[in-house]
Every structure is written in structure tokens, then in C-alpha cells.
Design a protein around this ligand. Structure first.
Ligand SMILES: *[C@@H]1O[C@H](CO)[C@@H](O)[C@H](O)[C@H]1NC(C)=O
Ligand SMILES: *[C@@H]1O[C@H](CO)[C@@H](O)[C@H](O)[C@H]1NC(C)=O
Ligand SMILES: *[C@@H]1O[C@H](CO)[C@@H](O)[C@H](O)[C@H]1NC(C)=O
Ligand SMILES: [Cu+2]
Length: 342
């Protein structure tokens, strides 16, 4: 299996920001409902896709000194890339990405006129029915376009591109780097996917082997195993290491390296990971306070605390505190998911 190796390689950077609570605690009496992609109407899907295109076309507002950062989406992607080691395979993986997905949703609303909510993608549906390669998520009209195709262009970064759907012909300057896929680069490439992680080719035909796209890694059975852990550390570790990492790996292309926010499905994927955490929490007092693990991933020597601040670089004016992101219906958050049962 591929899993975590893709996300592991190296970059690190110190974060800077001041500490002021982003918002006073408010009462969340009528949470907004994040829906599964298939539950959206065609008009709602179109609105989301338009907003996701929009944020890729707006100019950046941050990282003035970083030439590779060009667009508003790059502001998000560069933050994720540069913080890679501080937000993956450490305790804050779940609250950091909860904060990040909400920030992106707010950006779509505030800067791209989006009026809907962040949808999620329940890939266990595709796993359980063995339909990943034919999922409606890949639809060119009502989805995100399909697999990358060979273009015949030998220019580095342009040999395999997504050629259908709303993100066809999108180019990015950030990632994948070389020789290390997580290096910061400043060179255009087309938006790419390479299903099943480019794991192999049929020797007879030379065609890529897509097969079942490692469906066993993100099935309802796997999600149930994760749900049955009774402490945060174990639950988070398996949720990140298995279904989360494998869905990155099987889409591959832009979804593989730490520049994965380039892939518009990133946000729907992470909303679903967030849903698994929220479901596990069940708004149970004990679990809403259950946060454990380590803030370093090599020596496992820095114990995490629910009062830890999370790094943001330039992306936000204030550093979010883990405690404020434990409950999707308290503090700065006020949402729930359309389906919370397994
Ligand atoms: C390959 O793609 C690059 C980038 O879009 C383009 O500049 C170049 O002309 C293409 N080459 C061919 C042979 O199509
Ligand atoms: C992408 O570019 C190709 C070649 O320039 C063009 O034929 C195609 O219509 C474009 N697709 C979209 C969705 O813009
Ligand atoms: C809340 O979760 C804890 C720890 O998992 C469990 O012991 C307790 O029974 C749960 N309480 C309720 C009301 O479900
Ligand atoms: Cu991430």
C-alpha cells in the first residue's frame, strides 16, 4: 500500500501570528447542514464548482514575497504545504483541517459569492459498491472531471492532465516538486490525476491498472473499526493513516503531495474525514474534550494539549486554539453533517 509515504516528505517552517480569539463564543442553535455531494441539486453543485473555479482565479492576498504563490487558492495551498510536518501525523491533524476547511468555505462565500455550504464526499459509498472509477464525483458536468489523460506533450508537468470538467486546463505553479514531491517549486504544471497512484501497467496493453482503487482502505467496515476506538489518539491515527491517506494516494497527481489542496476534491474529502471525527465525538462531553497525542512526529516527545495554538503562517491573523475546534456546534463553528450514522 502507498498510504502515508506520500505525505511524509520534508518541509518545516516557523509560524508567526498574534493571539486574539477569532470570535466570541456564540450559541449555535440552528447549525448549517453540510450535505453529501450526491444530495446537492444540480444547481447547488454548479454553484460550488463555480466558486471553486473562482478562488483559483483570484489573485493572492498573502505571501507577497513568495513568487510561486499566485492565486487566492495558492494562499491556502502554500500554507498547507509549508506546514506539512506540523499538521500531519501529529495530534492536531483533525482540528487543524477542521479549521482549514471552514476557512476555505468562508472564502468561497466572502470572496466568490457562494451561498451554499461545504459539501462532503462519502467515499465509503464507492468502496462498498466497488464503483470508485465510475463515481458521479468524476462527472464532467455535475462533478469534478475524471482521471488525467496522456497528452503526448513531453514538457515536464504537462504529460498527464485532467482534460474534462470544470477544472480542465487549470494550471498550478505549486507542486509536485522534484526531486522531492513536497518541495516548493515555481514552475507551471497542468492539473493532474493518476488514478490508483499510477501503481502499475498492464504488461499486455500498457494501460494503467485502475482496478478497484484500493477500495478496502475506505469501506464502511474500516470506518466502523475507526469509530470503535475509545480514545482520540488511536482513532485519529487510523483515520489519518488509512482511509484519509489512501484516498489521497488513489487519486494521486495533484492530490498526492502536500500541495493536495490544488485538487478541488481535497475539501470534500477532508469534510468527510471531519464528519468521521464529529460522528465519533457524538457531542459527548467526554469526547468533546478528548484530545491527545504528540506535536512532533519523530521522537513523540511533545505531548499535545487541548490549549495548544495551531500554526497558520500568513493565512490568518490569529492562531486558532485546538479547544475552539473540538465541537462543530460551538465557538467559531456552527455546522453539522446530513448523515451522522454509520
Ligand atoms: C506542452 O505544454 C506546454 C504548456 O502548456 C506548451 O507551452 C507547449 O507548447 C506544449 N507542447 C506541445 C508539443 O504541445
Ligand atoms: C481546454 O483546452 C483545450 C485545448 O486548448 C480546448 O480544446 C478545450 O476546450 C479546453 N477545455 C475547457 C474546459 O476549457
Ligand atoms: C461518552 O463517552 C465516554 C467515553 O467514550 C463513555 O464512557 C460514555 O458512556 C459516553 N456517554 C454517553 C452519554 O454516551
Ligand atoms: Cu492535509
Amino acid at each position: 500500500m502507498l498510504s502515508r509515504s506520500l505525505l511524509l516528505a520534508l518541509t518545516a517552517s516557523a509560524a508567526t501570528a498574534n493571539v486574539i480569539p477569532r470570535q466570541d463564543a456564540t450559541t449555535c442553535t440552528s447549525p448549517v447542514v453540510r450535505k453529501e455531494w450526491r444530495e446537492l441539486s444540480t444547481a447547488e453543485k454548479t454553484d460550488y464548482l463555480k466558486a471553486a473555479v473562482c478562488v483559483r482565479n483570484l489573485p493572492k492576498q498573502k505571501y507577497a514575497e513568495v513568487d510561486a504563490v499566485k492565486t487566492r487558492m495558492d494562499d491556502l495551498t502554500y500554507t498547507h504545504l509549508t506546514l506539512n510536518q506540523q499538521i500531519h501525523f501529529v495530534a492536531n491533524f483533525l482540528p487543524w483541517h477542521r479549521w482549514y476547511v471552514q476557512l476555505h468555505e468562508d472564502m468561497l462565500r466572502d470572496e466568490c459569492g457562494y451561498t451554499g455550504r461545504q459539501p462532503y464526499w462519502d467515499w465509503s459509498i464507492e468502496s462498498d459498491t466497488n464503483t470508485m472509477p465510475v463515481s458521479p464525483i468524476w462527472d464532467a458536468e455535475t462533478g469534478f472531471g475524471g482521471n488525467g489523460v496522456l497528452t503526448g506533450n513531453q514538457t515536464r508537468g504537462f504529460s498527464r492532465c485532467v482534460m474534462d470538467g470544470p477544472f480542465a486546463n487549470t494550471t498550478y505553479t505549486l507542486g509536485p516538486g522534484w526531486p522531492n514531491i513536497n518541495d516548493v517549486v515555481n514552475e507551471e504544471h497542468c492539473f493532474a490525476r493518476e488514478w490508483n497512484g499510477g501503481l502499475g501497467r498492464d504488461p499486455a496493453t500498457g494501460e494503467q491498472i485502475i482496478d478497484d482503487m484500493q477500495a478496502a482502505a475506505y469501506s464502511t467496515t474500516v470506518m466502523r473499526t475507526i469509530h470503535n476506538f475509545n480514545n482520540y489518539y488511536r482513532m485519529s491515527e487510523m483515520l489519518e493513516g488509512l482511509p484519509h491517506a489512501q484516498v489521497h494516494s488513489i487519486i494521486h497527481g495533484d492530490m498526492g503531495p502536500a500541495t493536495s489542496p490544488n485538487e478541488p476534491l481535497f475539501m470534500l474529502h477532508h469534510a468527510n474525514v471531519d464528519r468521521a471525527w464529529a460522528r465519533w465525538q457524538g457531542r459527548n462531553e467526554t469526547r468533546l474534550a478528548d484530545y491527545s497525542g504528540f506535536n512532533d512526529r519523530v521522537t513523540l516527545s511533545i505531548r499535545a494539549s487541548i490549549d495548544d495554538e495551531m500554526p497558520v503562517l500568513e493565512l490568518a491573523d490569529t492562531k486558532p486554539v485546538v479547544r475552539d475546534y473540538m465541537d462543530t456546534m460551538a465557538g467559531p463553528l456552527c455546522y453539522t453533517y446530513s448523515k451522522m450514522t454509520l
